[in-house]
Write a protein that binds this ligand. Structure first.
Ligand SMILES: *Cc1c(COP(=O)(O)O)cnc(C)c1O
Length: 368
């Protein structure tokens, strides 16, 4: 039996997506170059913008972090200053990038169980007019909360700041209007809500903002402008492309469309989450976040109030039954996470919840 991944990436993918990666593909093959072009044209449309309207798409080899680092290390020029909004591990990852690349930056932190407060962002930007760029995580996968990117984007637009959004775990599973949220750089990857296989990140960028990054990169391989320039001039990646992952991704995009686009996918993920919420509540599990700020991508559950609970054993028992969940990453409390995304359906979530119930019962019987 195949394993089902209830993780935030890589995700469970369809057989047909994996099958699309079965044929060797030369990187200069016309079929491959056409596929890259199709993907670059179709991605911004998912965010309600297009190339004609001045938005460009850059594909970057590597995992999602490579895409974020490419944007962070290419957009902040010598005289720029980045404000990093952080309320979880992924915000902190951007802070680390700033340190490594020695980028002028300021960090505005919020508690892990609180969303980024737009009013605080405004105050910070008004106090520090030298700030030129703002970076924010949309779906903070650490906990599963959604930060209010539209409200923050509106403030950035009003004050003339470049807005960078890590929408890694949300793009494709949540409606995002890139223009309405005033986003200049949005980053996501092949193996999240579009449901492709791992291999590359993508950046959807306002062309005007992208052109300004020319010559600013801190590394050769993650140079956002040059990567775009290469794709524009001959349709090719500068270095070996993730050919098979690209072929699988185009199939994944077709399947997203067949499902009914982002609204239908979002509805399925929400149904998964509802099924999970109800089932876990019935088993006595408590969620880490308040329901108002909990998104539908991934849910954090506190360890049960039972000293004999051991996450490792729990994880292994579930994995033995072919259900893969995710450990927690919280700084102040113990929690584990269950993803609602990927090729999983409410009946799969019900089966997971049932397995959790059986494992908990067995444990309770053993500890008596
Ligand atoms: C998955 C994810 C990333 C990228 O992680 P990789 O392991 O590099 O793919 C970045 N930000 C968020 C919010 C994510 O969920």
């Amino acid at each position: 039996m195949k394993k089902l991944l209830f993780t935030p990436g890589p995700l469970t993918t369809s057989h047909s997506v994996k099958a699309a990666a079965m044929e060797d593909m030369g990187s200069r093959d016309a079929a491959f170059v056409t596929t890259v072009k199709e993907i670059r044209e179709a991605l911004p449309v998912l965010g309600h913008v297009s190339k004609e309207e001045g938005y460009e798409t850059v594909l970057m080899q590597g995992s999602g972090t490579f895409g974020v680092e490419s944007v962070i290390s290419s957009t902040i020029g010598e005289n720029d200053h980045l404000l990093v909004l952080s309320n979880g591990a992924y915000g902190e990852r951007i802070v680390k990038m700033c340190a490594i690349h020695k980028l002028p930056h300021t960090v505005l932190r919020f508690e892990e169980d609180e969303i980024t407060d737009p009013a605080a962002v405004r105050r910070q930007l008004e106090q520090a007019p030298h700030i030129t760029h703002v970076a924010c995580i949309h779906s903070e996968t650490t906990t599963g909360l959604f930060n209010p990117i539209e409200a923050i984007g509106a403030i950035c637009a009003e004050l003339g700041k470049t807005f960078i959004v890590d929408a890694m775990s949300s793009f494709g599973g949540v409606e995002i209007d890139i223009r309405k949220a005033h986003i200049q750089f949005l980053v996501s990857s092949s193996n999240k809500c579009i449901e492709g296989i791992p291999g590359f990140a993508f950046v959807i960028a306002e062309k005007v903002a992208l052109l300004k990054t020319k010559g600013q990169a801190r590394s050769l391989s993650l140079d956002l402008y040059e990567q775009w320039n290469g794709l524009e001039t001959n349709g090719q990646f500068r270095f070996t492309p993730p050919t098979l992952s690209i072929m699988a991704f185009r199939q994944a995009m077709r399947e997203l469309e067949e499902e009914g686009g982002i609204p239908a996918r979002e509805a399925r993920y929400r149904k998964n989450k509802e099924t999970l919420d109800k089932g876990m509540e019935a088993l006595g599990f408590v969620q880490y976040l308040r329901p108002e700020i909990q998104g539908h991508i991934i849910t954090s559950f506190l360890y049960p109030n039972d000293p004999s609970f051991q996450f490792e054993a729990f994880y292994q028992a579930l994995s033995d039954r072919n259900f893969v969940i995710y450990p927690g990453k919280l700084s102040k409390t113990n929690a584990f996470r269950i993803g609602n995304i990927g090729q999983i359906f409410p009946e799969d979530v019900s089966a997971l919840v049932q397995a959790i119930g059986e494992i908990m019962q067995k444990e309770a019987a053993l500890s008596k």
